[in-house]
Design a protein around this ligand. Structure first.
Ligand code: PLP
Length: 487
């Protein structure tokens, strides 16, 4: 191939094409960052109408293609860095994470085998060792980077299931599920992430295998109900594979009582998986690290770095306390992780992952930690938690707003309260406030439910957002509500 070889390589043409394409793209990003709007406000129908695929026989070339992506994708993207973009656990990203992506993408290493990612494999393993240390796990490297919390939770649940059956002399890996499957249960709280249900369905055990434990007034797992439901399960002859505790529920940011749960589970010999997809950020916190006490006793842990660690999507990890449990998912492929390699100490991370081909997302965390240092990383994490407390205080003082729950991490649950109207009316009003704000492009506020009642949610991850910004947002909530009410 000659002149228009489209492949990235060391040839002069390829290098020139690479530099042009990256420069054109990054210039467009700079313009996009300067856009004042959070969102241009187009509706689903408008975007459907506007966006069309243009696949021609000859191709458009890089320049025109990038220009089209800018026009049809970039300009109508959501500005996740915008101060009024606070609906979800969806973070603005670190600048260093962007630089890491350039390196990750250009090198295109694959983490499945050492011969596809030599330095990257070692860096990922060292980061896993470091993360284990932060959690308080024994030294080792049992764990792996994942696509995120859903996959990490799947690994925890799957290994818990397989360890449970292994203790009864049955290999799920070899022989599949067996026995009266209606008796198999996992426990989690009513506020646990829906991926517990989805994963249990995927594992062939169905939603019915999930026993939801009640939560207290702060959305934390209620220990009395956990004990009662465990006793009931025993009386019914049910077999409990795992208790999934959440450190940072998606809405309230609630952290289940990890010490009590792990103590109870140890006495009952039940696997504990902690879903710390959000709350795991407190591992780096100076002020709030103690919220995670008890995490070190869990059998497995989910961490997500594309939440309050401010890394680009995707970036997560799974940690396994006892490396021996990895045997339960061992699969040897002659071409990736042969006996020969293992005997010679060559690490092939495919044996620790559900994925085969896998991105080197670990680089982002490594570079983030090196660039920011522990102190600044701690500050940007703590900022959201502290801001949520300030916002809650402000909300409580507003007669037209109702604070639904005291914040625990970096989210605030609240509701607009009109002077009159029944519960259904208030619920619909709050739903519509969220919809109108997004449609106007002014703000993205979460709409969710607390105790079955619709409310609004601010997820205050962004460390550049301050109380004044949130007051502006709350003023638009009020204006929007008044406009809706006056119709
Ligand atoms: C976000 C989240 C998940 C899902 O993680 P993904 O990275 O989106 O797959 C799981 N659990 C909790 C508590 C979460 O907040």
């Amino acid at each position: 191939m000659s002149e228009n070889n489209p492949i990235l390589s060391g040839s002069a043409q390829s290098i020139a094409a690479y530099q042009d394409a990256i420069e054109q793209s990054s210039k467009a990003v700079v313009e996009w960052l300067k856009q004042p709007e959070m969102y241009q406000g187009k509706t689903v129908d408008q975007l459907r109408e506007r966006i069309h695929l243009n696949f021609t026989a000859e191709g458009l070339g890089n320049q025109a293609t990038i220009a089209r992506a800018v026009e049809y994708f970039l300009k109508d993207s959501l500005s996740v860095h915008h101060a009024q973009c606070v609906a979800h656990l969806h973070c603005p990203s670190l600048v260093i994470s962007q630089a890491a992506e350039v390196l990750i993408n250009a090198t295109n290493q694959s983490m499945d085998s050492w011969d596809q990612s030599p330095s990257a494999t070692i860096i990922e393993m060292k980061l896993i060792e470091w993360l284990r240390e932060q959690v308080g796990y024994p030294a080792g490297d049992a764990g792996v980077f994942t696509s995120g919390g859903t996959q990490s939770n799947l690994m925890g649940l799957m290994l818990a299931r397989d360890a449970f059956f292994a203790r009864q002399g049955h290999s799920i890996q070899q022989n599949g599920l067996t026995g009266d499957l209606s008796k198999i249960k996992v426990f989690c709280s009513e506020s646990a992430h829906f991926s517990v249900q989805k994963n249990m369905a995927l594992m062939g055990l169905g939603y019915r295998s999930v026993t939801q434990v009640k939560t207290d007034a702060f959305s934390r797992m209620d220990m009395a109900d956990l004990k009662a439901k465990l006793a009931q399960a025993k009386a019914n002859g049910e077999q409990v594979l795992a208790i999934v505790a959440t450190a940072g529920t998606t809405d309230a940011g609630a952290i289940d009582p990890l010490v009590e749960i792990t103590e109870l589970a140890a006495a009952e010999k039940i696997w504990v998986h902690v879903d710390a997809a959000w709350g795991g950020a407190l591992l780096l916190s100076e002020k709030y690290r103690h919220y995670l006490n008890g995490l070190e006793s869990a059998d497995s842990v989910t961490l997500d770095f594309h939440k309050q660690f401010f890394q680009t999507i995707s970036c997560g990890a799974f940690l396994l306390k006892d490396a021996r449990h990895y045997e339960l998912m061992r699969y040897q492929a002659a071409y990736l992780n042969s006996d020969f390699d293992e005997e010679h100490g060559v690490p092939n991370l495919v044996s620790k992952s559900l994925q085969t081909t896998r991105r080197f997302d670990a680089l982002k965390l490594w570079m983030g930690l090196e660039a920011l240092g522990k102190k600044q990383y701690a500050e940007i994490i703590d900022n959201g938690v502290t801001l949520a407390q300030q916002v809650a205080e402000f909300v409580s003082a507003q007669p037209h707003l109702e604070l639904v729950m005291q914040p625990q991490l970096a989210s605030v649950l609240f509701r607009f309260r009109p002077e009159s109207g029944d519960a259904a009316f208030v619920a619909l009003l709050n739903q519509r406030i969220g919809d109108v704000l997004l449609a106007s492009g002014a703000a993205n506020v979460g709409v969710t439910e607390a105790d079955g009642v619709t409310c609004l949610k601010l997820t205050l991850l962004n460390p550049t957002v301050c109380l004044e910004d949130v007051k502006v947002l709350l003023a638009s909530v009020k204006d929007t509500a008044e406009t809706l009410l006056s119709r």
